[in-house]
Design a protein around this ligand. Structure first.
Ligand code: G4P
Length: 532
């Protein structure tokens, strides 16, 4: 192998690609906005504000639709901070779209977990962290809303350690809370950073008081300092010191306290990202690990967004670069289709604008216009047959049978569902007599799909209940052999194919699934399908 190109090595080392994970309302949008403000990507709150308005929409689907409307521009936000190029990938907030979120998490190298200090660890946080765990994604924790009456910080830390099984190392410690929130004491720098409510400052020229024993602290905060010193000594005594190695391995999380809305503690998170979060790491491409500094260009599609502009029916594949360098007009090898494809004008995402992308290296996300050639999980290379692993599809637990109100529009219905299926908006299964079943993880997905079929494909879809209750992808010991043939003959009535042509077993009940599984012990019934 040739030695890596020094410019590529340097550019890759400067990349930080991460997502923010949190339970809805913990403060993800607010933190995103403040991070962009610090990164100079936006001048004033606004870019992400649209999403706030969306939250007050009258119905769930309207909210999601509005989010979708602005989500191409806010799906990926790139900005510079202290010489590093930071890619922040947005994840949908609504739990019915958790599948989308899981796929976005496969494209990042690190995550920031936002916890509402009053609520502690919430349901969605647990799920999202599980996904990060699968890939040992390093996590920075931000405990938010300290300007409110919240829980005892020791309690919250305890809960994170207990429920999430993640060892926490506080890097800052809060002084007071709510109306009496005074700031944080940095355990790393051994200094106090004072809190001034409502200050929208970007640099803190706040006075710095060094040393936890400094009597000046007692003069300033006579009521709080005893508790603070007790808590810090407890934390220092009981806990382990921060270890960069353990953070990078995903089993220790540095913790910061703050108040996103007041811009407090946000800079700490950015500094941690710049100083500690990993630059793009090697990725498993099936047959081998791909190093980010290899010069051949490689990467994978983790998200598709179609018909954002109704006039153009545009379709954008979000593509994570894993190695090499993207240059405009380059020709690449589409591994699944086994043929060459040109990327004439990929997009980059700078907060509010879509711009033409001129240069991208590992860690960067480019948007590729296409007419359906690219699916979620597709790998592009410069010729090598690779397949990046780990893009999950989950077996849906909610099903509807679908047909057209107007039988003459059958073709549009199939086309729409094929495209929406490829986009990952819903899972589409077709049996051999042409019956279509839709599978979803959250019920809202059905509503959105009906709405999009009507708006984008001019088809009124009718949903009907179905006896299907769960689905499993099938893996045979002999893909072309006897077992498969016998199984397909015997179970023909329960078989269908997904949007990518994979064989699926549609079970009517858990009992039905178990009986079939028992009978066909050498067939694997998979609850997730990994793309790639
Ligand atoms: P999300 O994306 O995780 O769903 O949360 P988002 O940032 O939208 O924040 C949820 C609510 O919490 C918002 O209030 C927001 O203003 C508030 N919030 C975020 N960070 C802080 C903080 O540090 N301190 C306090 N006190 N509140 C915070 P809202 O009333 O629902 O919306 P809005 O009317 O403020 O827009």
């Amino acid at each position: 192998m040739t030695s890596p190109n020094p410019a590529l090595v340097r550019d890759v080392a400067d990349r930080r690609t991460f997502a923010i994970i949190s339970h809805p309302d913990a403060g993800k949008t607010t933190l995103t906005e403040k991070l962009l403000l610090f990164g100079g990507a936006i001048q004033l709150a606004g870019a992400v504000k649209g999403r706030k308005a969306a939250r007050h929409a009258t119905s769930d689907w309207m909210e999601v639709e509005k989010q979708r409307g602005i989500s191409v521009t806010s799906s990926v936000m790139q900005f510079n901070y202290k010489g590093k190029v930071i890619n922040l990938l947005d994840t949908p907030g609504h739990q019915d779209f958790s599948e989308d979120t899981y796929r976005v998490l496969t494209a990042v190298d690190a995550a920031v977990m936002v916890i509402d200090a009053a609520k502690g660890v919430e349901a969605q946080t647990i799920k999202l962290l599980e996904i990060c765990r699968l890939r040992n994604t390093p996590i920075i924790t931000f405990i938010n809303k300290m300007d409110r009456e919240v829980r005892d910080p020791l309690d919250v830390l305890d809960e994170i350690e207990d429920v999430l099984q993640l060892s926490c190392v506080p890097i800052t410690w809060p002084i007071g809370m709510g109306k009496n929130f005074r700031g944080v004491f940095s355990l790393l720098n051994d200094e106090l950073v004072r809190f001034r409510p409502g200050e929208d400052h970007l640099t803190h020229e706040t006075e710095v008081i060094r040393g936890l024993d400094n009597p000046k602290l007692d003069e300033l905060f006579p009521m709080e300092m005893k508790d603070v010193r007790d808590a810090i000594s407890l934390v220092k005594g009981a806990g382990e010191p921060f270890s960069l190695e353990r953070y990078l391995a995903g089993d220790q999380s540095p913790v910061f306290f703050g108040s996103g809305i007041n811009n407090f503690g946000v800079e700490d998170v950015l500094e941690a990202l710049v100083n500690w979060a990993p630059s793009p790491r090697p990725r498993d491409a099936g047959t081998r690990m791909v190093q980010p500094t290899e010069s051949p260009f490689t990467g994978f599609v983790f998200k598709i967004q179609a018909n954002m502009d109704p006039r153009h029916r545009d379709r954008i594949a979000f593509f994570r670069v894993c190695s090499g360098r993207y240059t405009p007009g380059m020709k690449v090898f589409h591994v699944r289709e086994g043929k060459e494809m040109k990327i004439p004008n990929a997009l980059t995402f700078m907060a509010q604008e879509r711009k033409r992308m001129d240069d991208a290296v590992a860690g960067d996300i480019i948007g590729i216009y296409n007419h359906g050639q690219l699916h979620i999980g597709d790998t592009l290379t410069e010729g090598e047959k690779l397949g990046f692993v780990g893009i999950p599809f989950f077996a849906p637990e909610l099903f509807r049978s679908v047909r057209c109100k107007d039988p003459f529009k059958e073709k549009q219905l199939r086309q729409g569902l094929q495209e929406l299926g490829e986009e990952g908006a819903i899972q589409v299964f077709t049996d051999d007599i042409g019956h279509i079943y839709l599978g979803a993880v959250g019920v809202l997905q059905f509503e959105i799909v009906a709405q999009r079929l009507a708006n984008e494909y001019r088809v009124d879809a009718i949903y009907e209940p179905t006896e299907v209750s769960t689905a499993r992808w099938l893996l045979f010991p002999d893909d072309k052999g006897k077992t498969k043939e016998e199984f397909c003959n015997e179970q023909a009535a329960r078989l269908a194919v997904d949007a990518d042509g994979n064989l699926v077993y549609l079970a009517t009940s858990v009992y039905n699934l178990q009986t079939t599984q028992k009978h066909w012990e050498n067939v694997k019934f998979l609850t997730t399908r990994e793309m790639g």
